[in-house]
Design a protein around this ligand. Structure first.
Ligand SMILES: NC(=O)c1ccc[n+]([C@@H]2O[C@H](COP(=O)([O-])OP(=O)(O)OC[C@H]3O[C@@H](n4cnc5c(N)ncnc54)[C@H](O)[C@@H]3O)[C@@H](O)[C@H]2O)c1
Length: 249
């Protein structure tokens, strides 16, 4: 189905759905007919998201780094929605901006735990119900940093490169099951995640974008929505640029 109600009857999980890109995706999914479960660690932002989006949004509090918590979130989602057709894995953190040799080990572990391990737990949690339903769309939010490697962001860049690898593997594993798995690699988009980065790093990211501005959550959402739609039926294991010209490969 295309047009305004292209997600009518679809059930979606959006991790990181309380803020930034995840919130924009959840909002558009609901406006186009989907029921959405927003999985997020921030209880106050989750409550706020629900009050802004309404009853079609189920808010589920979960730390995606906890596999048992992700399992419980999946159970809650299945009770609320009855199944899952779409996963958008958007939850993520940046970690500090410093050189690799000065990178605090605990911060490194946390970035890998959220951006890679947590995303893996969420991907694996939704696949069985998608296999049962004979349909699925998975979109992992990686980053241009995973393709290029940003200086002073090695944990983040490494975690996002790993998300690209996981997406390619899972895409091939599910290729015959009507379940597509793709990732997007945005350049910088102004969201609350900017609060986690140094101004020098933000300026560096902007300087690398030929179009000369940050992306918007609406632009990233538009791409994710196509990847989440029925129309995206012959594309899997793909890595989708949305970087204002920064990456041309
Ligand atoms: N904004 C950018 O410039 C940009 C660029 C490229 C990629 N990305 C990626 O896009 C995704 C979304 O980022 P955003 O800009 O919307 O940031 P954001 O900070 O606005 O949203 C991220 C959300 O993830 C949630 N989250 C963090 N850790 C979690 C955990 N352990 N369990 C559950 N939820 C958790 C946060 O509470 C937050 O609501 C991230 O994966 C980020 O790396 C962002």
């Amino acid at each position: 189905m295309s047009g305004d109600r292209r997600f009518q009857g679809r059930r979606a999980v959006v991790t990181g759905g309380a803020s930034g890109i995840g919130f924009a995706v959840a909002t558009r999914f609901v406006s186009e007919g989907a029921q959405v479960a927003a999985w997020d660690i921030g209880p106050s932002t989750l409550a706020d998201a629900r009050s802004r989006i309404g009853d079609s949004l189920t808010s589920i509090h979960v730390d995606i780094t906890d596999p048992a918590g992700v399992h419980a979130a999946m159970e809650q989602t299945l009770s609320a929605l009855g199944g899952v057709d779409i996963l958008v894995a958007s939850a993520g953190i940046t970690g500090p901006n410093t050189t690799t040799w000065e990178y605090p080990v605990d911060a490194w572990r946390r970035v890998i735990d959220v951006n890679l391990n947590g995303l893996f737990y969420c991907n694996r949690a939704v696949v069985p119900t998608m296999l049962e339903g004979g349909y699925g769309r998975i979109i992992n939010v990686a980053s241009i940093a995973g393709k290029e490697g940003n200086p002073n962001a090695s944990a983040y860049s490494a975690s996002k490169a790993a998300v690209i690898g996981l997406t390619k593997s899972l895409g091939k594993e599910l290729a015959k099951n009507n379940i597509t798995v793709n990732c997007v690699t945005p350049a910088a988009v102004r969201t609350p995640i900017f609060d986690q980065m140094s101004q020098t790093h933000i300026d560096f990211m902007l300087s690398k974008i030929p179009i000369g501005r940050f992306g918007t959550v609406e632009e990233v959402t538009a791409l994710i929505c196509w990847l989440a739609s029925e129309e995206c039926s012959f594309t899997t294991g793909g890595v989708f640029d949305i970087s204002g010209g920064r990456a041309t490969y």
